[in-house]
Write a protein that binds this ligand. Structure first.
Ligand code: SF4
Length: 374
């Protein structure tokens, strides 16, 4: 059955997915460490093999302090969280701490699910997650090697939802069927994700070398993934396993869009223009040394924050009387209403700054989609 979210399912969606499609799940990336090394691993280079924590797009600087995590949950009006990685079990204590903190702050009904490969699954670790309050666990077995599949059975001793989450890989039909046969009667659901291409995949694991191509020029979805996904969905149905095939479009056009629309409402400034897609259009005055161009992210990371903030404060004072000038401490720039920066672009240039109209995501990293220098 096709859902209204550009996906297909047999049976009901899992609780975790129901909140996810509404954009109400906080994506909690708990660590980039992982020992499994799947050839299709989609983790970006800035996270892969690094022990970093992100709440959605927000890099959490101090993982021991939950304040930034709570702030992101509130800005996106999250009703639950999905813990991902890497292999979250590499940082089991951190997982348990966050589960407890989120449940304590937002109540028992704040639904938390966690994805994990099977490598580190033990009774002791599952017990810890269960005691912390985890609601749903999703395993990511190695389709090329069934040696650890029995670990799945350890999860049956607990009163939580259990699932399988794997990519739908063309030419892996028989391997996927073997897994479905194995999990029938043991696991509550299977989620098949459309296999996606990314620059990271191309560089690390060379999806290209295996002959996989995107289905067209505008999608990251791999040709043949949807077909095998739907075939596996039907197969799972014959085995009594509820299944969901989740497309690249669902993640992009539904889940992410819903989340950023909520965040735009809560995190945008009162004068920002909000587009129907949830983007923010605003005026920006950049310091010349932090002009967005090649290597911008690196420049921001390496900038002397205190020195830049001092310059921004001075600049702000000079471009008064515009009362609506906000110092962006995260990206070290001034934010103004778009129409005011248009009017005063010449004056701002004379002060040595660079005026621009910017359209960007309302996310913590405020990724720009369009910059027009004035
Ligand atoms: S288990 Fe996940 S994070 Fe680890 S290598 Fe596989 S896809 Fe990447």
């Amino acid at each position: 059955m096709k859902t209204k979210f550009h996906s297909w399912c047999s049976g009901n969606l899992s609780e975790g997915c129901k909140l996810c499609v509404k954009g109400r799940k906080l994506v909690l990336f708990i660590t980039g460490l992982c020992g499994q090394r799947c050839w299709y691993c989609p983790i970006s280079e800035e996270k892969f093999s690094k022990d970093v924590v992100y709440a959605n797009e927000w890099r959490i600087k101090n993982p021991d302090n939950p304040e930034e995590l709570f702030k992101e949950a509130e800005l996106t009006e999250a009703k639950g969280a999905g813990i991902t990685g890497g292999d979250p079990l590499m940082r089991i204590e951190r997982c348990c701490l966050y589960i407890k903190q989120l449940k304590q702050k937002y109540g028992k009904q704040f639904h938390i699910h966690l994805y994990t490969p099977l490598k580190l699954v033990t009774k002791e670790r599952l017990q810890k997650l269960y005691d912390a309050g985890l609601d749903e666990i999703r395993f990511h077995p190695n389709l090329d090697d069934d040696v650890l599949w029995n670990n799945l059975e350890l999860a049956q001793d607990y009163c939580w939802a259990t699932g399988i989450e794997i990519p739908a890989i063309p030419e892996y039909g028989e391997k996927t069927k073997r897994l479905i046969d194995f999990i029938a009667g043991k696991i509550n659901f299977i989620n098949l994700n459309e296999l996606e291409h990314s620059d990271t995949l191309a560089s690390h694991y060379s999806l290209d070398e295996r002959g996989y191509r995107t289905k067209d020029n505008i999608s990251y979805g791999i040709r043949g993934s949807k077909e095998i996904g739907l075939e596996m969905l039907e197969y799972a149905q014959t085995k009594g396993v509820p299944a969901h095939f989740c497309t690249a479009k669902l993640k992009d056009a539904v889940q992410l869009t819903n989340r950023i629309k909520i965040r735009a409402t809560n995190a945008g400034l009162s004068f920002d223009i909000k587009t129907t897609e949830g983007m923010l259009v605003r005026g920006i005055a950049y310091l010349p040394e932090l002009k967005p161009e090649f290597g911008y992210r690196k420049k921001l990371e390496q900038a002397n924050k205190q020195e830049m903030l001092k310059k921004l404060r001075e600049l702000k004072t000079k471009i008064m009387p515009f009362s609506n000038v906000v110092i962006d401490e995260n990206k070290l720039r001034l934010i103004l209403p778009a129409k005011e920066i248009r009017k005063s672009s010449r004056a701002i240039k004379q002060l040595g700054a660079i005026p621009a109209i910017v359209e960007e995501y309302p996310t913590h990293d405020a990724t720009e989609t369009e910059i027009t220098f004035l």
